[in-house]
Design a protein around this ligand. Structure first.
Ligand SMILES: *[C@@H]1O[C@H](CO)[C@@H](O)[C@H](O)[C@H]1NC(C)=O
Ligand SMILES: *[C@@H]1O[C@H](CO)[C@@H](O)[C@H](O)[C@H]1NC(C)=O
Ligand SMILES: *[C@@H]1O[C@H](CO)[C@@H](O)[C@H](O)[C@H]1NC(C)=O
Length: 402
Protein backbone atom coordinates (compact mmCIF):
# COMPACT_ATOMS: atom_id res chain seq x y z
CA UNK A 1 0.00 0.00 0.00
CA UNK A 2 1.70 3.12 -1.05
CA UNK A 3 -1.08 5.57 -0.70
CA UNK A 4 -4.62 5.64 0.46
CA UNK A 5 -5.25 9.14 1.72
CA UNK A 6 -7.86 9.52 -0.96
CA UNK A 7 -9.99 7.20 1.10
CA UNK A 8 -10.33 9.54 3.99
CA UNK A 9 -11.61 12.15 1.63
CA UNK A 10 -13.85 9.72 -0.19
CA UNK A 11 -15.37 8.64 3.06
CA UNK A 12 -15.90 12.11 4.40
CA UNK A 13 -17.52 13.22 1.17
CA UNK A 14 -19.60 10.20 0.64
CA UNK A 15 -20.83 8.55 3.79
CA UNK A 16 -24.27 8.30 2.20
CA UNK A 17 -23.02 6.06 -0.61
CA UNK A 18 -21.64 3.55 1.83
CA UNK A 19 -23.02 0.41 0.28
CA UNK A 20 -20.41 -2.22 0.72
CA UNK A 21 -20.91 -5.91 0.77
CA UNK A 22 -18.93 -8.26 2.90
CA UNK A 23 -18.46 -11.73 1.51
CA UNK A 24 -17.16 -14.49 3.74
CA UNK A 25 -14.28 -16.63 2.62
CA UNK A 26 -15.44 -19.27 0.25
CA UNK A 27 -14.36 -22.77 1.18
CA UNK A 28 -12.85 -24.87 -1.55
CA UNK A 29 -14.76 -28.10 -0.98
CA UNK A 30 -13.11 -31.34 0.02
CA UNK A 31 -9.49 -30.41 -0.39
CA UNK A 32 -8.13 -29.80 3.05
CA UNK A 33 -6.43 -32.96 4.19
CA UNK A 34 -4.19 -32.30 7.16
CA UNK A 35 -1.04 -33.90 8.42
CA UNK A 36 0.37 -33.61 11.89
CA UNK A 37 4.00 -32.78 12.27
CA UNK A 38 5.98 -31.98 15.36
CA UNK A 39 6.98 -28.37 15.53
CA UNK A 40 9.01 -27.09 18.45
CA UNK A 41 7.29 -28.48 21.52
CA UNK A 42 3.79 -28.65 20.20
CA UNK A 43 1.94 -30.23 17.34
CA UNK A 44 0.59 -28.03 14.61
CA UNK A 45 -1.61 -29.14 11.81
CA UNK A 46 0.18 -28.45 8.57
CA UNK A 47 -2.06 -28.45 5.53
CA UNK A 48 -1.35 -30.91 2.76
CA UNK A 49 -0.50 -29.53 -0.66
CA UNK A 50 -3.73 -29.09 -2.54
CA UNK A 51 -4.71 -29.08 -6.14
CA UNK A 52 -6.12 -25.93 -7.61
CA UNK A 53 -5.58 -22.32 -6.62
CA UNK A 54 -6.70 -20.60 -3.44
CA UNK A 55 -9.63 -18.29 -4.12
CA UNK A 56 -10.43 -15.38 -1.85
CA UNK A 57 -13.53 -13.35 -2.73
CA UNK A 58 -13.15 -9.61 -2.29
CA UNK A 59 -15.51 -6.93 -1.08
CA UNK A 60 -15.45 -3.56 -2.79
CA UNK A 61 -16.00 -0.33 -0.91
CA UNK A 62 -16.62 2.51 -3.37
CA UNK A 63 -14.06 1.18 -5.87
CA UNK A 64 -11.44 2.45 -3.42
CA UNK A 65 -10.92 -0.41 -0.97
CA UNK A 66 -10.91 -4.09 -1.89
CA UNK A 67 -10.57 -6.57 0.95
CA UNK A 68 -11.14 -10.22 1.72
CA UNK A 69 -11.58 -12.36 4.82
CA UNK A 70 -8.86 -14.43 6.42
CA UNK A 71 -8.69 -16.24 9.76
CA UNK A 72 -5.86 -16.24 12.26
CA UNK A 73 -5.34 -18.64 15.15
CA UNK A 74 -7.16 -21.68 16.55
CA UNK A 75 -10.11 -21.39 16.43
CA UNK A 76 -9.80 -18.84 13.60
CA UNK A 77 -10.34 -15.19 14.49
CA UNK A 78 -11.61 -13.47 11.36
CA UNK A 79 -10.22 -10.30 9.80
CA UNK A 80 -10.71 -8.45 6.56
CA UNK A 81 -7.44 -7.56 4.90
CA UNK A 82 -6.27 -5.65 1.87
CA UNK A 83 -4.24 -7.89 -0.41
CA UNK A 84 -1.54 -5.34 -1.14
CA UNK A 85 1.08 -5.78 -3.85
CA UNK A 86 2.76 -2.57 -2.63
CA UNK A 87 4.02 -3.98 0.67
CA UNK A 88 5.27 -7.33 1.97
CA UNK A 89 4.19 -7.74 5.59
CA UNK A 90 1.04 -9.20 7.09
CA UNK A 91 -0.49 -7.59 10.15
CA UNK A 92 -3.79 -7.22 11.99
CA UNK A 93 -4.81 -5.01 14.92
CA UNK A 94 -3.98 -6.49 18.31
CA UNK A 95 -6.03 -6.84 21.46
CA UNK A 96 -2.94 -5.54 23.22
CA UNK A 97 -2.95 -2.28 21.25
CA UNK A 98 -2.27 1.12 22.70
CA UNK A 99 -5.40 2.80 24.05
CA UNK A 100 -4.75 5.88 21.90
CA UNK A 101 -4.32 3.86 18.72
CA UNK A 102 -7.24 5.03 16.59
CA UNK A 103 -7.10 2.15 14.13
CA UNK A 104 -7.65 -0.24 17.00
CA UNK A 105 -10.94 1.21 18.17
CA UNK A 106 -13.10 0.40 15.19
CA UNK A 107 -11.65 -2.92 14.06
CA UNK A 108 -11.49 -6.54 14.99
CA UNK A 109 -8.47 -7.33 17.15
CA UNK A 110 -6.38 -10.45 17.42
CA UNK A 111 -6.39 -12.00 20.88
CA UNK A 112 -3.39 -14.28 21.45
CA UNK A 113 -4.94 -15.67 24.63
CA UNK A 114 -7.91 -16.94 22.63
CA UNK A 115 -5.73 -18.94 20.25
CA UNK A 116 -4.29 -22.33 21.19
CA UNK A 117 -1.75 -22.15 18.34
CA UNK A 118 -0.31 -18.73 19.26
CA UNK A 119 3.46 -18.63 19.79
CA UNK A 120 5.21 -15.49 21.00
CA UNK A 121 8.04 -13.88 19.09
CA UNK A 122 8.05 -10.35 20.50
CA UNK A 123 10.36 -8.67 17.97
CA UNK A 124 9.28 -5.06 17.49
CA UNK A 125 8.57 -3.78 13.98
CA UNK A 126 7.52 -0.55 12.37
CA UNK A 127 6.11 0.03 8.87
CA UNK A 128 5.79 3.35 7.11
CA UNK A 129 2.95 3.44 4.58
CA UNK A 130 2.06 6.36 2.33
CA UNK A 131 -0.92 6.93 4.61
CA UNK A 132 0.68 6.50 7.98
CA UNK A 133 2.94 4.66 10.32
CA UNK A 134 2.31 1.44 12.14
CA UNK A 135 4.15 -0.12 15.09
CA UNK A 136 3.77 -3.49 16.69
CA UNK A 137 5.34 -6.80 17.61
CA UNK A 138 5.77 -10.02 15.71
CA UNK A 139 3.90 -13.16 16.72
CA UNK A 140 3.40 -16.59 15.25
CA UNK A 141 0.13 -18.36 14.59
CA UNK A 142 -1.75 -20.23 11.89
CA UNK A 143 -3.52 -18.62 8.94
CA UNK A 144 -6.81 -19.72 7.37
CA UNK A 145 -7.15 -18.48 3.82
CA UNK A 146 -9.58 -19.45 1.07
CA UNK A 147 -10.35 -22.87 2.51
CA UNK A 148 -6.79 -23.75 3.52
CA UNK A 149 -6.36 -24.03 7.25
CA UNK A 150 -3.42 -24.13 9.59
CA UNK A 151 -0.68 -22.34 7.65
CA UNK A 152 1.94 -21.42 10.28
CA UNK A 153 3.45 -17.97 9.81
CA UNK A 154 4.98 -14.95 11.46
CA UNK A 155 2.78 -11.85 11.36
CA UNK A 156 2.51 -8.44 12.97
CA UNK A 157 0.23 -7.56 15.85
CA UNK A 158 -0.37 -3.84 15.40
CA UNK A 159 -0.13 -2.01 18.70
CA UNK A 160 0.05 1.55 17.46
CA UNK A 161 -1.87 2.74 14.36
CA UNK A 162 -2.13 6.47 14.89
CA UNK A 163 -3.28 7.48 11.41
CA UNK A 164 -6.83 8.49 10.66
CA UNK A 165 -6.65 6.51 7.42
CA UNK A 166 -6.42 3.26 9.38
CA UNK A 167 -9.12 4.34 11.81
CA UNK A 168 -11.63 4.98 9.03
CA UNK A 169 -10.58 2.04 6.89
CA UNK A 170 -13.13 -0.64 6.06
CA UNK A 171 -10.45 -3.31 6.42
CA UNK A 172 -8.77 -4.48 9.62
CA UNK A 173 -5.29 -5.31 8.38
CA UNK A 174 -3.02 -5.72 5.39
CA UNK A 175 -1.59 -8.81 3.75
CA UNK A 176 1.40 -7.80 1.63
CA UNK A 177 2.16 -9.54 -1.66
CA UNK A 178 5.28 -7.57 -2.61
CA UNK A 179 8.80 -9.00 -2.91
CA UNK A 180 10.85 -9.99 0.19
CA UNK A 181 13.02 -6.86 -0.24
CA UNK A 182 10.12 -4.76 1.11
CA UNK A 183 9.43 -6.97 4.15
CA UNK A 184 10.34 -5.27 7.41
CA UNK A 185 11.98 -7.19 10.28
CA UNK A 186 13.11 -9.90 7.86
CA UNK A 187 9.77 -11.71 8.09
CA UNK A 188 9.05 -14.29 5.39
CA UNK A 189 6.27 -12.94 3.18
CA UNK A 190 2.92 -14.78 3.34
CA UNK A 191 3.29 -15.77 -0.32
CA UNK A 192 6.74 -17.27 0.34
CA UNK A 193 5.32 -19.21 3.29
CA UNK A 194 2.55 -20.65 1.09
CA UNK A 195 5.14 -21.49 -1.58
CA UNK A 196 7.60 -23.03 0.90
CA UNK A 197 4.86 -25.31 2.24
CA UNK A 198 4.01 -26.39 -1.30
CA UNK A 199 0.47 -25.03 -1.01
CA UNK A 200 0.42 -23.26 -4.38
CA UNK A 201 0.46 -25.05 -7.74
CA UNK A 202 2.34 -22.22 -9.38
CA UNK A 203 4.33 -19.30 -7.94
CA UNK A 204 1.80 -16.80 -9.27
CA UNK A 205 -1.27 -14.90 -8.13
CA UNK A 206 -3.79 -12.69 -9.85
CA UNK A 207 -6.40 -10.09 -9.09
CA UNK A 208 -9.81 -9.37 -10.47
CA UNK A 209 -11.26 -6.12 -9.10
CA UNK A 210 -14.87 -5.44 -9.95
CA UNK A 211 -15.38 -1.75 -10.76
CA UNK A 212 -19.11 -1.88 -10.13
CA UNK A 213 -19.46 -0.94 -6.44
CA UNK A 214 -23.08 -2.12 -6.48
CA UNK A 215 -22.22 -5.64 -7.63
CA UNK A 216 -22.58 -8.54 -5.23
CA UNK A 217 -19.03 -9.72 -5.85
CA UNK A 218 -16.27 -7.17 -5.31
CA UNK A 219 -13.70 -9.26 -7.09
CA UNK A 220 -11.33 -12.07 -6.37
CA UNK A 221 -7.74 -12.83 -5.48
CA UNK A 222 -6.44 -16.08 -6.88
CA UNK A 223 -3.32 -17.37 -5.14
CA UNK A 224 -1.49 -19.96 -7.23
CA UNK A 225 -3.31 -19.30 -10.49
CA UNK A 226 -5.28 -17.03 -12.76
CA UNK A 227 -8.67 -17.33 -14.36
CA UNK A 228 -8.96 -16.51 -18.09
CA UNK A 229 -12.70 -16.00 -17.51
CA UNK A 230 -11.71 -12.69 -15.93
CA UNK A 231 -9.73 -11.27 -18.87
CA UNK A 232 -9.55 -10.97 -22.63
CA UNK A 233 -6.46 -12.94 -23.74
CA UNK A 234 -3.66 -12.73 -24.57
CA UNK A 235 -1.71 -11.53 -21.55
CA UNK A 236 1.09 -9.10 -22.32
CA UNK A 237 4.09 -9.98 -20.14
CA UNK A 238 6.46 -7.37 -18.75
CA UNK A 239 9.60 -8.14 -16.75
CA UNK A 240 9.84 -6.83 -13.20
CA UNK A 241 12.63 -4.26 -13.44
CA UNK A 242 13.28 -4.00 -9.70
CA UNK A 243 11.94 -6.77 -7.44
CA UNK A 244 10.73 -4.89 -4.36
CA UNK A 245 7.46 -3.36 -5.47
CA UNK A 246 6.01 -4.97 -8.60
CA UNK A 247 7.92 -2.46 -10.70
CA UNK A 248 7.85 -2.42 -14.49
CA UNK A 249 8.97 -0.14 -17.29
CA UNK A 250 6.29 2.05 -18.86
CA UNK A 251 7.01 3.19 -22.42
CA UNK A 252 4.68 6.19 -22.65
CA UNK A 253 1.30 7.66 -21.68
CA UNK A 254 -0.81 9.60 -24.15
CA UNK A 255 -3.88 11.68 -23.45
CA UNK A 256 -6.18 11.93 -26.44
CA UNK A 257 -4.04 13.30 -29.26
CA UNK A 258 -2.71 16.37 -27.51
CA UNK A 259 -0.55 15.42 -24.54
CA UNK A 260 2.24 12.88 -24.04
CA UNK A 261 3.44 12.00 -20.56
CA UNK A 262 6.44 9.88 -19.58
CA UNK A 263 7.64 10.56 -23.17
CA UNK A 264 10.98 8.74 -22.94
CA UNK A 265 9.81 5.93 -20.66
CA UNK A 266 9.59 5.76 -16.88
CA UNK A 267 9.17 3.39 -13.96
CA UNK A 268 5.76 2.30 -12.73
CA UNK A 269 4.60 -0.02 -9.96
CA UNK A 270 1.46 -2.15 -10.00
CA UNK A 271 -0.12 -1.59 -6.60
CA UNK A 272 -3.44 -3.14 -5.61
CA UNK A 273 -3.20 -1.25 -2.31
CA UNK A 274 -3.41 2.20 -3.90
CA UNK A 275 -6.80 3.42 -5.03
CA UNK A 276 -5.84 5.81 -7.80
CA UNK A 277 -3.13 6.23 -10.44
CA UNK A 278 -0.32 8.49 -9.32
CA UNK A 279 2.48 10.18 -11.20
CA UNK A 280 4.94 13.06 -10.91
CA UNK A 281 3.10 16.25 -9.89
CA UNK A 282 4.16 18.22 -13.00
CA UNK A 283 2.77 15.63 -15.38
CA UNK A 284 -0.35 14.86 -13.35
CA UNK A 285 -0.99 18.60 -13.03
CA UNK A 286 -0.84 19.04 -16.81
CA UNK A 287 -3.08 16.02 -17.32
CA UNK A 288 -5.74 17.18 -14.87
CA UNK A 289 -5.63 20.67 -16.32
CA UNK A 290 -6.40 19.21 -19.71
CA UNK A 291 -9.31 17.27 -18.15
CA UNK A 292 -10.70 20.53 -16.72
CA UNK A 293 -9.88 19.43 -13.18
CA UNK A 294 -9.11 21.68 -10.25
CA UNK A 295 -6.88 20.80 -7.32
CA UNK A 296 -8.60 19.69 -4.15
CA UNK A 297 -6.03 18.67 -1.54
CA UNK A 298 -3.07 16.35 -1.15
CA UNK A 299 -2.61 15.98 -4.90
CA UNK A 300 -6.24 15.19 -5.67
CA UNK A 301 -8.32 16.84 -8.39
CA UNK A 302 -12.04 17.21 -8.91
CA UNK A 303 -13.48 17.24 -12.42
CA UNK A 304 -16.77 18.93 -13.34
CA UNK A 305 -19.15 15.98 -13.74
CA UNK A 306 -20.86 17.54 -16.78
CA UNK A 307 -17.59 17.22 -18.73
CA UNK A 308 -17.31 13.45 -18.44
CA UNK A 309 -18.72 12.62 -21.85
CA UNK A 310 -16.13 14.90 -23.52
CA UNK A 311 -13.07 13.53 -21.76
CA UNK A 312 -10.35 11.83 -23.81
CA UNK A 313 -9.16 8.24 -23.62
CA UNK A 314 -5.86 7.93 -21.76
CA UNK A 315 -3.54 5.27 -23.15
CA UNK A 316 -0.64 3.52 -21.43
CA UNK A 317 1.99 1.87 -23.61
CA UNK A 318 3.31 -1.16 -21.72
CA UNK A 319 5.43 -3.87 -23.29
CA UNK A 320 4.58 -2.44 -26.71
CA UNK A 321 0.81 -2.81 -26.19
CA UNK A 322 -1.72 -0.03 -25.51
CA UNK A 323 -3.82 -0.27 -22.35
CA UNK A 324 -6.54 2.34 -22.58
CA UNK A 325 -8.73 3.93 -19.96
CA UNK A 326 -11.90 5.78 -20.81
CA UNK A 327 -13.34 8.52 -18.60
CA UNK A 328 -15.70 5.89 -17.23
CA UNK A 329 -12.61 3.96 -16.08
CA UNK A 330 -10.58 6.84 -14.65
CA UNK A 331 -13.16 9.09 -12.99
CA UNK A 332 -14.53 8.03 -9.59
CA UNK A 333 -18.10 9.15 -9.30
CA UNK A 334 -19.58 9.69 -5.88
CA UNK A 335 -23.19 10.45 -5.28
CA UNK A 336 -24.65 11.54 -2.01
CA UNK A 337 -28.29 12.50 -2.24
CA UNK A 338 -28.47 15.06 -5.03
CA UNK A 339 -24.80 15.91 -4.83
CA UNK A 340 -22.52 14.27 -7.34
CA UNK A 341 -18.78 14.52 -7.18
CA UNK A 342 -16.30 13.42 -9.80
CA UNK A 343 -12.83 12.67 -8.51
CA UNK A 344 -10.02 12.41 -11.04
CA UNK A 345 -8.33 9.02 -10.96
CA UNK A 346 -4.96 10.77 -11.39
CA UNK A 347 -3.25 11.96 -8.24
CA UNK A 348 -0.02 13.97 -8.04
CA UNK A 349 2.64 12.21 -6.01
CA UNK A 350 6.40 12.67 -6.21
CA UNK A 351 8.05 9.56 -4.84
CA UNK A 352 11.58 10.61 -3.83
CA UNK A 353 14.72 8.67 -4.78
CA UNK A 354 16.16 6.15 -4.20
CA UNK A 355 12.88 4.20 -4.52
CA UNK A 356 11.30 6.75 -6.86
CA UNK A 357 10.47 8.47 -8.98
CA UNK A 358 7.78 6.13 -10.28
CA UNK A 359 4.16 6.11 -11.33
CA UNK A 360 1.73 3.97 -9.33
CA UNK A 361 -0.83 2.05 -11.31
CA UNK A 362 -3.42 1.45 -8.59
CA UNK A 363 -6.98 0.15 -8.64
CA UNK A 364 -8.10 2.70 -11.26
CA UNK A 365 -5.81 0.83 -13.66
CA UNK A 366 -5.98 -2.67 -12.13
CA UNK A 367 -9.79 -2.78 -12.20
CA UNK A 368 -10.25 -2.38 -15.96
CA UNK A 369 -7.17 -4.58 -16.42
CA UNK A 370 -6.35 -7.92 -14.89
CA UNK A 371 -2.80 -8.45 -13.66
CA UNK A 372 -1.18 -11.83 -13.24
CA UNK A 373 1.76 -11.50 -10.84
CA UNK A 374 4.35 -14.14 -11.62
CA UNK A 375 6.87 -14.44 -8.76
CA UNK A 376 8.56 -17.46 -10.34
CA UNK A 377 9.52 -15.66 -13.54
CA UNK A 378 9.57 -12.13 -12.01
CA UNK A 379 7.15 -10.78 -14.57
CA UNK A 380 3.61 -9.43 -14.78
CA UNK A 381 0.96 -10.32 -17.34
CA UNK A 382 -1.65 -7.70 -18.21
CA UNK A 383 -4.89 -7.92 -20.18
CA UNK A 384 -8.18 -6.06 -20.42
CA UNK A 385 -10.61 -7.28 -17.76
CA UNK A 386 -13.70 -9.08 -18.87
CA UNK A 387 -16.23 -8.40 -16.18
CA UNK A 388 -19.42 -6.75 -15.24
CA UNK A 389 -19.15 -3.44 -17.02
CA UNK A 390 -19.36 -0.49 -14.67
CA UNK A 391 -22.45 1.66 -14.68
CA UNK A 392 -22.46 3.82 -17.80
CA UNK A 393 -21.87 7.51 -17.29
CA UNK A 394 -25.28 9.15 -17.34
CA UNK A 395 -25.50 11.60 -20.20
CA UNK A 396 -26.39 15.16 -19.27
CA UNK A 397 -30.12 15.91 -19.37
CA UNK A 398 -31.30 17.34 -22.71
CA UNK A 399 -31.62 21.13 -22.71
CA UNK A 400 -35.12 22.20 -21.95
CA UNK A 401 -37.00 24.42 -24.28
CA UNK A 402 -39.07 27.32 -22.97
C1 LIG B 1 -15.06 -16.80 10.64
O1 LIG B 1 -15.42 -17.06 9.30
C2 LIG B 1 -15.87 -18.39 9.08
C3 LIG B 1 -16.05 -18.58 7.59
O2 LIG B 1 -16.80 -17.55 7.05
C4 LIG B 1 -17.14 -18.61 9.87
O3 LIG B 1 -17.59 -19.94 9.68
C5 LIG B 1 -16.84 -18.37 11.35
O4 LIG B 1 -18.03 -18.49 12.09
C6 LIG B 1 -16.23 -17.01 11.57
N1 LIG B 1 -15.81 -16.90 12.92
C7 LIG B 1 -16.18 -15.91 13.72
C8 LIG B 1 -15.61 -15.93 15.09
O5 LIG B 1 -16.91 -15.00 13.32
C1 LIG C 1 10.91 -13.62 15.33
O1 LIG C 1 10.65 -13.66 13.93
C2 LIG C 1 11.72 -13.20 13.13
C3 LIG C 1 11.25 -13.18 11.69
O2 LIG C 1 10.81 -14.42 11.26
C4 LIG C 1 12.92 -14.10 13.36
O3 LIG C 1 14.01 -13.63 12.58
C5 LIG C 1 13.31 -14.10 14.80
O4 LIG C 1 14.35 -15.03 15.04
C6 LIG C 1 12.11 -14.48 15.67
N1 LIG C 1 12.47 -14.30 17.06
C7 LIG C 1 12.06 -15.15 18.00
C8 LIG C 1 12.49 -14.79 19.41
O5 LIG C 1 11.41 -16.15 17.76
C1 LIG D 1 -5.86 2.63 -27.49
O1 LIG D 1 -5.14 3.83 -27.62
C2 LIG D 1 -4.24 3.81 -28.72
C3 LIG D 1 -3.42 5.07 -28.66
O2 LIG D 1 -4.26 6.19 -28.58
C4 LIG D 1 -5.03 3.69 -30.04
O3 LIG D 1 -4.14 3.64 -31.13
C5 LIG D 1 -5.86 2.41 -29.97
O4 LIG D 1 -6.69 2.32 -31.09
C6 LIG D 1 -6.70 2.35 -28.73
N1 LIG D 1 -7.30 1.03 -28.63
C7 LIG D 1 -8.57 0.83 -28.34
C8 LIG D 1 -9.04 -0.58 -28.29
O5 LIG D 1 -9.32 1.75 -28.12
Amino acid sequence: MYLRQDLVLLMLLSSAVASFIRIPLRKVPGKTGTLRILRSWRTLEIPLPKNGPILVPLSNYLNAQYYGEIGLGTPPQNFSVIFDTGSSNFWVPSRRCNFFSLGCWFHRRYDPKASSSFQPNGTQFSIQYGTGRLDGILSEDVLTIGGIEGVPLVFGEALWEPSLAFALAHFDGILGLGFPALAVAGVQTPLDTLLALGLLDQPIFSFYLNRDPEAVSGGEVILGGSDPAHYVPPLTFLPVTRPAYWQIHMDRVIVGDSLTLCPTGCAAILDTGTSLITGPSKEIGALNKLLGGFPLLAGEYLIPCDRLSDLPTISFLLGGVWFNLTAQDYVLQLASGRTRLCLSGFLALDVPPPAGPFWILGDVFLGPHVAVFDRGAARVGLARARGTPPHPIPSPPPPRGP
